[in-house]
Write a protein that binds this ligand. Sequence first.
Ligand SMILES: [Ca+2]
Ligand SMILES: [Ca+2]
Length: 270
Amino acid sequence: MKKLLCLLLTVALLAAAIPMFTVSSSAAGGTLTVTSGGKVLGTVDVGNEFIYSVSLDSAGYSPYMCEGRVTSNSAFAEIVSYGTVRSDGSVSMDSYCFPTRIRNASLASNYHGPNDEIRYNYSKTNDGIGVFTPSDHYFKVRFKAVKAGTTEIHHVFSLLYTVKEGYIPFDLITENKPNASLNPAPGFSDAIEPATAYMGDANGDYTLNVMDATFIQRKSAGANVTCVQKNADINNDGEITLKDALLIVRYQAGMDTGTKVGEWIFESEQ
Ligand SMILES: [Ca+2]
Ligand SMILES: [Ca+2]
């Protein structure tokens, strides 16, 4: 409670000390254009997070073991997450890939290196040996746009073993393009989805800190500031009030708020 009071006092002092300021919706400056296989998937404000998703339909092949890797230029788009990293360091891809057939997935050793890379692999066993369907290979990676410019996402997806033929490695996808030499050719599609909100980021600069609580406090006191409504109305009561500012303070103090403050919101996951 003492910590909370200190934070509240900090908010009050900041409110008194900070002059009027204005913040655009992309305060970090500029946009990042994301491309794949030479085609533009879309643009994202610098600072915003986005999901890159892939679906593959390689009907005609009988997979037993597969592997893939996704890379991008980390100077422009940093990998935030994929799946769920458990406390023991292992990775569950349940929420980011088809759930029942994943056998294991691992982060490559250069995950944080200059060539940010995710490696993943899985096998199908007695719960679903057969040909691929679109839902069999559906993969998502969350990125954050960190610099204005253009970045290309690279995705290679290989079949290592098939049920019938054994070890016959070949790429179903290379550089985000289906392998045209295969018959039937695999179907492939990919897309990006920028986050539509970052709960608590009242001033819309894609960071969440005490400034946002101050911003809401100033707004609720009648100051002429423009809050990002979808970010600032944390308790979802239709108004931007001190209750919302307090939720940011509680969140920053590590307290449970029972809200989505601090979370990035993607429409497809609501
Ligand atoms: Ca902010
Ligand atoms: Ca509210």
